[in-house]
Design a protein around this ligand. Structure first.
Ligand SMILES: [Zn+2]
Length: 577
């Protein structure tokens, strides 16, 4: 078929299911598993920005009903999902970190969307069904069996969607093309009794052999060419079908710590293009499944670009969806709503003999009301409400050095977010200096799944990216050149490594050498090794250097030569126990 016609048909009928509640509400999910809980948000924002999605493409998920899930799952399994213990096991988290109702809300919305997507693909309004595609930005929970949940899959949305359309009389063959890095054990178990199905899978892990799956298991870290060759083989064997589910897993990337394949982002895009072409005459529901690296969202965004506009264009290097979204929100926030009362207010206050309004403003600009308005608009409060906090108030106080701002959970009186800020010159530039920043989740507790990091008094909120971006927006609004802080421990510098640099290139080089040494260790272990003096520099215990790190709003080039020189000169080693 003419490529132009194909492209037009691809985009025309794409239906996309997304809800802000697709963000998982567990605060340790990201730090513990590498899974980006904001993946659906990132992809949705990006596809909107790129104009791949328009209003007519959007669908609103609804919660799956219990009777719909009960077509596939046992009553015991469904009952157990009402406890934090079961959900914590499914997601490898501590039970204290799993708000049951909100977690199940996310699960049931994704599941209801997979059902509705399958229904819409089969509806009679387009009898030819050419080019008909659905994409659910959460789902593909392929490991859940009828009676066992596990591996990030509380229920099996694919099997539940199949059961729903079967119950409505659909008799055609269902195709499941599982391209996650892990085998579809749950789907195979759930569909075992289905009258007409085919499951094909390419993975990088051999678990048990699945009798009812056309399964290809590739060698570890198999690259694009090998993978795409196997895909062509599998697609060649795929029978005719009337409804397809594509599990377009994001954990096939070479960098993935849980998946064992070796694909690039281009390889993933080519995968999706070939599958979309092979399924051109079959209505299909596309689901994201796994993905445990910061780049996993780009795999799913790529799937959207394929289904929407048949595009090979990469997501631009350095594009950060959170930064893009927050800058857009910042542009929509008016200064008068953030607290700047203007000069005439100062004058009035002085005439009335009361202290000037300006002295109670954070950095001479933000009022407590204005801060609360801002954190609401940036989505921070909505997320905290899902973690059972709120209502909230903000508090601003002058401290000995700088000013503190707190976001307080009114019922418990606990400060959830606390920072001490000041304008200060660093590296010859006017900066927003962060003396202190604590994100506190007093509902959670430390455990083997959630180990305590130096300086942590209670576990964190999982909102570090939002809050740092918010501070960057503040600095930009105040006309400052960036953020600066002194990381008191290794993990704080490590978390900032993507966008922050030590001011001194020599220090940055030593830090990079230290990261090289500690690369294989979990962050908590690495941080402890440094804090406990088990890291040696030139044979002597290394004392962490809490020097200034900066993040420039307008990115500046690194002094790479000086950094690399210090990096290769630093002789770090680990003391043997
Ligand atoms: Zn997987």
């Amino acid at each position: 078929m003419e490529n132009r016609v194909r492209r037009w048909l691809h985009g025309r009928d794409l239906a996309v299911w997304y809800a802000p509640e697709y963000r998982w509400p567990m605060s340790a999910l990201e730090s513990r598993t590498g899974f980006e809980p904001r993946r659906a948000d990132f992809v949705f924002w990006y596809l909107l920005d790129e104009r791949v999605l328009r209003r007519r493409n959007l669908r609103t998920p609804r919660r799956a009903e219990y009777h719909e899930m009960a077509r596939v799952h046992t009553p015991d399994l469904l009952e157990s999902l009402g406890t934090s213990r079961t959900l914590a096991r499914v997601f490898s988290l501590d039970p204290g970190d799993v708000p049951v109702d909100e977690t199940m809300r996310t699960v049931r919305l994704a599941c209801g969307a997979s059902i509705d997507a399958a229904r819409e693909m089969l509806s009679e309004s387009n009898p030819q069904k050419l080019g008909r595609r659905a994409m659910n930005l959460l789902g593909g929970f392929h490991h859940a069996r009828p009676d066992v949940a596990g591996g990030f899959c509380p229920v099996n949305d694919v099997a539940i969607a199949v059961a729903a359309v079967r119950a409505e009389g659909f008799r055609g063959r269902v195709l499941v093309l599982d391209l996650d890095a892990h085998p579809p054990d749950g789907i195979a178990a759930c569909l075992a009794q289905d009258p007409s199905y085919w499951i094909g899978s390419i993975s990088g892990s051999r678990w048990v052999s699945l009798q009812n799956v056309d399964e290809i298991v590739l060698q570890e870290r198999a690259r694009d060419e090998v993978y795409l060759g196997a895909l062509d083989e599998l697609l060649g064997r795929m029978p005719e079908g009337e409804l397809a589910f594509v599990i377009a897993g994001g954990d096939v990337l070479a960098t993935d710590p849980i998946g064992c394949l070796g694909l690039t982002l281009e390889g993933c895009r080519e995968r999706d293009l070939r599958v979309a072409d092979a399924l051109f005459r079959v209505p299909s529901v596309w689901l994201p499944a796994g993905g445990y690296t910061p780049d996993a969202w780009k795999v799913l965004a790529g799937t959207g670009l394929v289904l929407g506009v048949h595009s090979r264009a990469p997501v631009p290097e350095g594009y950060d969806p959170l930064v893009a979204k927050f800058s857009a929100i910042a542009r929509s926030l008016l200064p008068e709503n953030l607290g700047d009362p203007g000069d005439e207010m100062d004058g009035i206050a002085e005439q009335l003999g009361i202290r000037t309004a300006r002295s109670s403003l954070l950095l001479g600009f933000y009022s407590a009301e204005g801060l609360e308005h801002a954190v609401e608009r940036y989505g921070v409060l909505a997320h905290l409400r899902r973690m059972s906090y709120g209502p909230f108030r903000c508090e601003i106080r002058d401290e000995g050095v700088g000013q503190s701002a707190k976001l307080i959970d009114i019922p418990s009186g606990e400060a959830l977010i606390e920072t001490v800020l000041e304008r200060r010159d660093v590296a010859g530039a006017h900066m927003l200096y962060v003396h202190w920043l604590a994100l506190r989740n007093p509902h959670a507790r430390f455990s083997p799944e959630r180990p305590q990091l130096p300086g942590q008094e209670v576990p964190g909120l999982g909102l570090a990216r939002e809050i740092s971006e918010l501070l960057v927006r503040m600095a930009a609004r105040l006309g400052l050149e960036g953020l600066a802080f002194r990381p008191a421990a290794y993990h704080l510098a490590f978390r900032g490594r993507g966008t922050m640099r030590f001011v001194d290139p020599g220090r940055q080089g030593r830090f990079e050498a230290l990261m090289d040494l500690l690369k294989g260790l979990p962050l908590v272990e690495a941080t402890r090794a440094v804090a406990e003096g088990r890291v040696l520099l030139d044979g002597a215990p290394y004392q962490w250097e809490a020097d200034e790190m900066v993040k420039w709003i307008e990115p500046r080039a690194d002094d790479r030569a000086a950094i690399d020189q210090a990096r290769s000169a630093a002789r770090f080693s680990l003391a043997t126990a």
